[in-house]
Design a protein around this ligand. Structure first.
Ligand code: URA
Length: 298
C-alpha cells in the first residue's frame, strides 16, 4: 500500500483526475455520476482519505476512473502522483482554480495549460529547471475538444496557453494584501514580466504535474477555472467560485471521456512499460512487485 494515499492497486483506475481540494473529490464524483458513471465502493464510506489525499473511484462503462486530491502546491502533488504511478496510473489531469494575469482572460473563463513556468520547488527534485513542463499532446487535444463543446453558447470561453506555477499564493504571485505586505524585491515585478511573456495565469500545482508526467512517462494535462483577474484585484470572488469550479470539472471529465474513447478506438496499449515510459526508466521496487498483479486485476 503506498504510504500516503493509502489505496491499493485494486482500488484505483489508470485514469485519474487530480483536484487540489479534498472537498472537490465528491463534487467531481457526483458530476461523473450525472454522466452515467457508477461509484465503486472503496473504503468504508465510498472514499479513502488520509491527510490531504482523498480518493474516490468510479466506472465509466468498463473503465475505472479515480479522483484523488493532491492538496495545495507541488510537494503534496508530487507525493500523490508518485504513489499513483506506483500502483498503475498512466493518465492524470489536474482540475483546479487560478488567477488570470491577462486582460482578455476573464473571471469565469477556463484555462487549459499547454506548458507551465516551473516556479515550484518539487519538480526541481526530479529534473533541472531547463526541462520543460509540457502537457501530453493527446491530453491537450482531448481537453481542447471538450472545452470547445462545453463552452458552446455559454457566456464564458476557454484559453490554451502557458501557466506560471508558484509555491506561494501570496509572495510568489505578487500579492500585497498579505500579513505584512512584504514581497521580496526580486519578485515584485514578476507579474508584469509574466504578463509581458504571454503567460495566462498563476496557480500552484500544474508545473509539478506536467514535469512529473514527462519524467515518469505518464500522460498529463491541466484545466483551471479563473476565479480572479489579478490585473483587477488580489482576492478571488467568492460568488463565482462554485460556477467556475463546475466549468473546469466539466471540461476535465468530458476530456477524460474523450481520452478513454480515443484509447479504445486506437487500441493503444497504455500499460506502464510501453512506449509512454522510456525503456531505461528505473522502476521502483514497489512497481516491479505489483506490476503483474495490477495488470491482472484492473
Ligand atoms: N489559485 C492560485 O494559486 N492563485 C489564484 O489567484 C487563484 C487560485
Amino acid at each position: 500500500m503506498p504510504f500516503h494515499i493509502g489505496v491499493s492497486p485494486k482500488q484505483i483506475g489508470k485514469y485519474v483526475l487530480l483536484p487540489g481540494d479534498p472537498g472537490r473529490v465528491e463534487k467531481i464524483a457526483e458530476y461523473i455520476k450525472g454522466c452515467g458513471g457508477k461509484l465503486e465502493k472503496i473504503g468504508r464510506d465510498n472514499w479513502i482519505s488520509n491527510r490531504e489525499f482523498t480518493t474516490m473511484t468510479m466506472k465509466f462503462n468498463d473503465t475505472r476512473v479515480s479522483i484523488v486530491s493532491t492538496g495545495i502546491g507541488g510537494s503534496s502533488t508530487s507525493i500523490a502522483m508518485e504513489e499513483l504511478m506506483q500502483i498503475g496510473a498512466h493518465t492524470m489531469i489536474r482540475v483546479g482554480s487560478t488567477g488570470s494575469i491577462q486582460s482578455y482572460v476573464q473571471t469565469g473563463d477556463v484555462i487549459i495549460t499547454s506548458g507551465s513556468v516551473r516556479l515550484d520547488g518539487a519538480s526541481k527534485d526530479l529534473a533541472p529547471v531547463e526541462y520543460p513542463a509540457v502537457a501530453h499532446p493527446i491530453v491537450l487535444m482531448a481537453l481542447i475538444d471538450a472545452a470547445e463543446k462545453v463552452s458552446k453558447g455559454k457566456d464564458w470561453t476557454y484559453h490554451v496557453g502557458i501557466t506560471a506555477s508558484c509555491d506561494t499564493f501570496y509572495q510568489g504571485q505578487c500579492r500585497t494584501d498579505s500579513f505584512t505586505g512584504y514581497i521580496p524585491k526580486r519578485l515584485q515585478s514578476t507579474i508584469d514580466e509574466w504578463n509581458r511573456l504571454n503567460v495566462l495565469n498563476y496557480e500552484m500545482e500544474t508545473s509539478t504535474v506536467l514535469t512529473l508526467g514527462n519524467v515518469f512517462g505518464a500522460r498529463t494535462g491541466a484545466v483551471e477555472g479563473v476565479i480572479v483577474s489579478r490585473l483587477e484585484k488580489e482576492m478571488p470572488e467568492g460568488a463565482v467560485i462554485k460556477d467556475v469550479e463546475e466549468r473546469a470539472i466539466e471540461v476535465a471529465v468530458v476530456g477524460l471521456k474523450n481520452l478513454i474513447r480515443w484509447d479504445k478506438t486506437k487500441k493503444i496499449d497504455l500499460s506502464i512499460d510501453n512506449r509512454y515510459v522510456p525503456k531505461n526508466l528505473e522502476c521502483g521496487k514497489f512497481l516491479k512487485k505489483y506490476k503483474k498483479k495490477v495488470e491482472k486485476k484492473i
